[in-house]
Design a binder for this molecule. Structure first.
Ligand SMILES: Cc1cc2nc3c(=O)[nH]c(=O)nc-3n(C[C@H](O)[C@H](O)[C@H](O)COP(=O)(O)O)c2cc1C
Length: 192
């Protein structure tokens, strides 16, 4: 009798554990809130790879499609030439550089838009992406990587360029987020 009781107790504990694990697995979290039953696009610009790696982590967690924003004329691979040459000039002149492909957000409800902070604002290529697409009725989730300056007014600027979009809270990551990046992404996503 005692053995039967112990077996039943073990089954109840194991069952509770399984239910708890199912409730907390990422797929379940992602289907809640603004992401529930939504078509998701993760669009990002990345020069050095940090924003790309965060985009991939978001994709691990929420699924959906990915789109890399690239300029028709690539940026120099040398940091000094890219940062203090082309990018600084584009920042000062408010350039929206031509893209290889403007992308198409029409099939999506929620668009994660990723950018590095470049000269205190979003990268110029992301300005082009936001201006060249119709965001009417869509939700934008900004994600920003930076080298210490933080998020600046990038989310507000995105809202001005992506007319008709609802821009929600931003995920802001220092450089590539280090070892805790996936955890940071998951915490952020679970609150959406
Ligand atoms: C052209 C350029 C401008 C930058 N300007 C800033 C800035 O204004 N503030 C800041 O915190 N970091 C700045 N950084 C650092 C980047 O935001 C940071 O390293 C980011 O994670 C790079 O993302 P990526 O590897 O996807 O290109 C700049 C980097 C570059 C190349």
């Amino acid at each position: 009798m005692k053995n039967i009781f112990l077996v039943m107790l073990a089954l109840v504990i194991a069952g509770t554990g399984i239910v708890f694990a199912m409730q907390n697995k990422p797929e379940t979290m992602n289907k809640e809130g603004i992401l529930m039953d939504k078509k998701i696009l993760i669009a990002y610009f990345s020069w050095g790879g940090n924003t790309k790696s965060i985009a991939e982590k978001i994709h691990n967690t929420v699924g959906g499609d990915m789109f890399r924003i690239e300029t028709s004329v690539p940026y120099p691979t040398d940091y000094h030439e890219a940062a203090y040459g082309v990018a600084k000039k584009q920042h000062e002149e408010g350039t929206k550089p031509e893209l290889k492909d403007n992308g198409d957000v029409s099939a999506y409800d929620v668009v994660f838009v990723g950018t590095p902070a470049w000269w205190y604002e979003m990268a110029p290529a992301v300005k082009t992406f936001l201006s060249e697409n119709n965001f009417e009725g869509k939700t934008i989730v900004p994600f920003i990587t930076h080298g210490g300056g933080g998020k600046y007014t990038i989310a507000e600027d995105m809202a001005k360029l992506a007319k008709g979009a609802k821009v929600v809270a931003s995920l802001v990551i220092y450089e590539n987020g280090g070892a805790n990046a996936q955890q940071e992404v998951d915490n952020f996503v679970s609150k959406l």
